[in-house]
Design a protein around this ligand. Structure first.
Ligand code: PLP
Length: 393
């Protein structure tokens, strides 16, 4: 890609641009203050103290206690530690796990791995709007159900599940409740006590921190959750995640959590206004519809179906480098598995057929986007979609 070409970045659910304030906070730990946080000399103690502050910053954003935070490389790792850990530690109770068909692959693939090891997994369906049916959930519990894992907000549609009710049901049936809150933390208020969450994962790069640092919340107050280590080594993170701490990444995560807490209501308003403006204008294009429940949804996400236009062709059309227009970065949920391209499993689970799933685009707005950018995107999408439709008619 040419360095000079302007980019309009509307793929903030994939990853976010690092906040300058976050970069400033982590920079000393990438340069002069490079000590190992476990070294006992004064240099190490400085890094240790900074990690301690970051742990508090992360815990405060989700209403947890600092000692309930385990730093990881991101959400995928946190999910693996949590689900495999519960599976191993609660074996005497049972081998049944409940999750949802629209979860991120980090959850689905971990569950599939456990199925291969003899666990039984129930994959709840979702309604056309992406929400689960609580009656269905109620009907699947068994005496040997050890864990319910339901994401807070969906990465493709932004749909927010009724987490408090789900957690209550899980607890009533004696199961633990875990939530993949990767897309929600930093955007909307998340309080693990109010929601009844036992295990939660979050990821720095989704909230304007750097890549490679995230956290797992493991409840230690009230109904303490015990999980064994996935990695064995120096006994870091109370033995739950051995390995030298990624001090700069952790400092960035802590700073980003603290900034998100301060900016949350302002961001909700400004990002929400941009997303709504974009969505209203795009829906004026004929043959369009929003995928997912529009009331229970993240304010930054809009997943739109453009009938008669292939989503990969739309993405390519918007990121054309042969003209003077900015490159527009958006995404679809299709995934490449070996040689074939699969439609989004989220949209398929919501009842869209393959053609519709292959004609849907996710726009995810972030705090650095502007109204001017939305106008460029609206015009470009209109042009690209009408050109594509003419080509197939
Ligand atoms: N869960 C959700 C909902 C996500 O959106 C993502 C990232 O795409 C992940 C988990 C994985 O996060 P990470 O990139 O931190 O491993």
């Amino acid at each position: 890609m040419e360095a000079k070409k302007q980019v309009i970045y509307l793929d903030n659910n994939a990853t976010t641009q690092i906040d300058k304030k976050v970069l400033d906070a982590m920079m000393p730990f990438l340069t002069d203050a490079f000590a190992n946080a476990n070294s006992t000399h004064q240099f190490g103690v400085h890094a240790y103290e900074a990690v301690k502050t970051a742990r508090i910053q992360v815990s405060e954003l989700i209403g947890a206690a600092a000692h309930e935070i385990v730093f990881t490389s991101g959400s995928t790792e946190a999910i693996n530690i949590a689900i495999k850990g519960v599976a191993e530690n609660y074996l005497s109770k049972g081998k049944h796990i409940v999750t949802v068909a629209t979860e991120h692959s980090a959850v689905l693939d971990t569950c599939q791995y456990l199925e291969n090891k003899g666990f039984e997994v129930t994959y709840l369906s979702v309604k056309a709007d992406g929400l689960i049916d609580l009656k269905e959930l109620k009907s699947v519990f068994r005496a040997d159900t050890i864990l319910v894992s339901v994401m807070l907000a969906n990465n493709e549609t932004g749909v927010i599940q009724p987490i408090k009710e789900i957690a209550e049901l899980a607890h009533n049936f004696g199961a633990l409740f875990m939530s993949d809150a990767t897309q929600a933390v930093g955007k909307i208020p998340v309080n693990v006590d109010e929601l009844g969450i036992d295990l939660l994962c979050l990821s720095g790069h989704k909230l304007n921190a750097s890549k490679g640092a995230g956290a797992l919340f493991v409840r230690q107050r009230m109904n303490r959750v015990k999980i064994p280590a996935l990695f064995h080594g120096g006994g870091h993170e109370k033995g739950m995640r051995s390995g030298t701490l990624n001090v700069p990444g952790i400092i960035a995560l802590g700073a980003a959590c603290s900034i998100a807490q301060k900016e949350m209501s302002k961001n909700a308003e400004s990002i929400g206004a941009l997303r709504n403006y974009l969505e209203i204008e795009l829906l004026k294009i004929e043959g369009t519809a929003v995928n997912g429940n529009i009331e229970n949804r993240l304010y930054n996400t809009s997943n739109i179906l453009f009938r008669g236009a292939d989503s990969d062709a739309i993405i390519m059309g918007l990121s054309n480098s042969d003209n003077d227009l900015p490159i527009i970065a958006v995404s679809n949920g299709s995934a490449c598995t070996s040689a074939s391209i699969e439609p989004s499993h989220v949209l398929i689970a919501m009842g869209l057929d393959e053609v519709a799933a292959f004609s849907s685009i996710r726009f995810s707005v972030g705090k650095f986007n502007t109204k001017k950018e939305m106008d460029v995107v609206i015009n470009s999408v209109k042009d690209v979609v009408s050109t594509l439709r003419l080509m197939v008619s």
